[in-house]
Design a binder for this molecule. Structure first.
Ligand code: PLP
Length: 456
């Protein structure tokens, strides 16, 4: 086998060795990574399957970290990227504009106007990841408040939910609330007002949290630049579900007290929860609860390329207009911001949403996922969590955390042809939206077989 440049391809064993010798994997204890033996090295993909360097095929059960929408090597997206490549791969948005960046901004403004009417999220600021989409939103909200009249200067804080996850940059970690990931960094973070979030969307638990959150917002609301939330599902917290009414009430309260509302749809956006944006379900019960800033990434490019967008209202945008020497400019921008290939992929992905009726196909798939999860025996599962195609099985076992039971289940599931990842004791199930119902059943059966291998 040869590489595209004509040099001989490196053999599988060498790749596996070089991985251990040179790669530092994200969110990974490398000692354990190396102890797990030869890593699974992806060579290729087809549809909803990933193929390793030995030619083994696996269902992509977590959409390549919650990104993939229409499957891998989707002909339409592949062609859009190749076509763009024939024009230009990248040019900067600092001092220049570009065709795909402009077209996508227009498309996103139209899309949000259709899905979230009246929110007026007509301005698009690009970056490269979910973390940067949030980081940008935090800086925008902070600076916007500072540039309002005097009274807003004390609005320097952010409110966020407990167990929140908004990314790994310092600002997004500051509003994050997962101790395992974030505690070590506390001394270098800014302090966020932490609002309690229930573990379940159950009435009484939610009401108690809401009462406490209301009191905190009442007391501190006039010091807040913004509230930031993941709507309906706190993914990284272990698929914690919240009702639309809970999120709607928080957004409304924060805005009533003069804070901006930052809605982080990095994970939930692009169909994941059954609607294009989870915020649509929030607005169905709380029509006024629109975001002032909306963070998008992951599925934005169909899961192809690192692309993110922070959408804001004209009111937020206008807060940055001023004579140059007032320094109201947003002094922020990443080198690859609005990358042409990423924007071309995103435009093709949005075309597919429209032409293939992706959203209309979801109810059947969501039902297939529930039905398949219901078949995993209760003796192995404490709880099945699901909203749309965001789901997880919480394992029932008595083993110590150091036994890494959920990790072992995921490793065992590979022998049954499926790739999934754990979050604590939860096995995450996040199939690409393109996965057919029968394949969703096969995915969950593979996971169930892995659970049985480990737990008996
Ligand atoms: N926000 C949410 C809700 C997420 O789930 C994630 C990633 O899982 C992020 C932000 C960070 O995105 P990224 O990993 O692209 O920086």
């Amino acid at each position: 086998m040869q590489t595209p440049s004509g040099s001989p391809a490196v053999d599988a064993a060498t790749l596996e060795r070089w991985d251990h010798a040179h790669l530092w994997h994200p969110f990974t204890q490398q000692d354990e990574w190396e102890a797990d033996g030869a890593p699974l090295v992806v060579e290729a993909a087809q549809g909803v399957e990933l193929i390793d360097v030995h030619g083994r095929r696996y269902l992509d059960g977590v959409s390549s970290l919650w990104t993939n929408v229409h499957g891998h090597r989707q002909p339409r997206i592949d062609a859009a990227i190749v076509d763009q490549l024939g024009r230009v791969a990248h040019s900067t948005l600092l001092g220049l504009s570009s065709r795909p960046a402009v077209e996508l901004a227009h498309r996103l403004a139209r899309l949000t106007e259709r899905q979230l009417p009246g929110t007026g999220l007509g301005r698009v600021f690009y970056s490269d990841s979910g973390s940067t989409a949030v980081e940008v939103a935090l800086k925008m909200a902070f600076q916007w408040q500072q540039q309002q009249q005097q009274g807003h200067r004390r609005r320097t804080r952010f409110a966020a939910l407990s167990e929140a996850y908004h990314g790994d940059t310092i600002g997004s970690v500051s509003v994050g609330g997962i101790d395992l990931f974030h505690a070590v960094y506390r001394p270098m973070l800014f302090d966020a007002l932490r609002l309690p979030a229930p573990e379940h969307a159950s009435g009484t638990e939610e009401e108690a949290c809401l009462a406490r959150a209301e009191a905190l917002l009442e007391e501190h609301g006039d010091t807040l630049a913004a509230l930031v939330v993941e709507p309906l599902v706190q993914g990284a917290a272990g698929m914690r579900m919240h009702s639309p009414a809970f999120i709607g009430r928080l957004l409304t309260l924060a805005r009533e007290r003069g804070a901006l509302a930052i809605v982080d749809e990095v994970a939930t956006g692009f169909g994941r929860t059954g609607t294009m944006f989870a915020t649509e379900q929030v607005r169905a019960v709380a029509p006024g609860a629109g975001p002032d800033l909306l963070c998008l990434a992951k599925g934005l490019s169909g899961g192809y390329l690192p692309l993110a967008a922070t959408l804001v209202t004209e009111r937020v945008f206008d807060g940055f207009r001023a004579p140059y020497d007032q320094h109201h400019t947003l002094f922020h921008g990443h080198t690859y911001t609005g990358n042409a290939l990423g924007c071309a992929a995103a435009l093709a992905s949005l075309d597919l949403f429209e032409e293939e009726g992706v959203l209309a196909s979801l109810p059947e798939k969501i039902a297939a996922l529930s039905a398949a999860m219901a078949q995993v025996p209760d003796r192995h599962v404490i709880e099945r969590r699901q909203h749309g195609l965001m789901a997880g099985l919480l394992l029932r076992h008595e083993r110590p955390a150091a036994a890494r039971t959920a990790h072992r289940v995921c490793m065992a599931a590979r022998a049954h042809g499926v790739l999934v990842r754990p979050l604590g004791d939860l096995i995450v199930l996040m199939p690409p939206l393109a996965m057919p119902p029968a394949t969703i059943h096969r995915l969950v059966q593979g996971v169930a077989a892995g659970i049985t291998d480990v737990l008996g």
